[in-house]
Design a protein around this ligand. Sequence first.
Ligand code: 13P
Length: 250
Amino acid sequence: MTRKKIVAGNWKMNNGLQETEILINELLAETNHSGCEVMVAPSFVSLKTAIDSLNDNDIEVVSQNVHQSNDGAYTGEVSAKMLSSIGIKTTIIGHSERREYFSETHEILKNKVDISLQNSIKIIFCFGEELKDRKTNNHFNIISNQISESLFHLSSSDWNNIILAYEPIWAIGTGETASSDQVQEMHSFIRNFIAQKYSNELAQKISILYGGSVKPNNAKEIFSMTDVDGGLIGGASLKSKDFFSIVNSF
Ligand code: 13P
């Protein structure tokens, strides 16, 4: 089974329009990325510019977030319908920073998933455990709960539009990467968990990315694991050379 390989850069709340344009120009200069699909997620204010600049290139511009309603009195929010109107085809949902700092619950994330699919927007669905969960051997429970509560109402065909991203919170922005064995163990657990609910055939088709301090010097080893289909990259995606070094690590 050949699954889609993906490397996505999550720029988080970094880069104004000018810095975004500079980084995009650097990305456009990097031509060699045949081994996988490449995505970047700039902030909302730069999405349209990024789409226009990368239009003819095969780097996809994705959103970092989406609101769970199509429109209405939600000051400061951006809907799936709006994202769709500027050509966005994929959004990140469920990043641990959204769960923690913006109190996004399983139910809210489930609604975000549904409204995105209704608007033909694919999803990179993130989840991950805290260090205390791993230390108490509760990490498999935490992950299965995060996945089942927000995704297990989906039909089998909905899963054609889902990419998963395992991001252990203790490895995000800390420089401490999960070991390749820890990543493989969790990805294999996730695939089995999905196979039990749906089917092995479906589970084998789902791309599962790893995120958490992926850098040029560790990407190759992590990407070589059987159930790892790419990465969701934070800090290193802000430097074009590092990002492309990771992209070319397959
Ligand atoms: P870092 O690569 O900076 O650890 O961030 C990972 C992440 O949160 C990507 O969504």
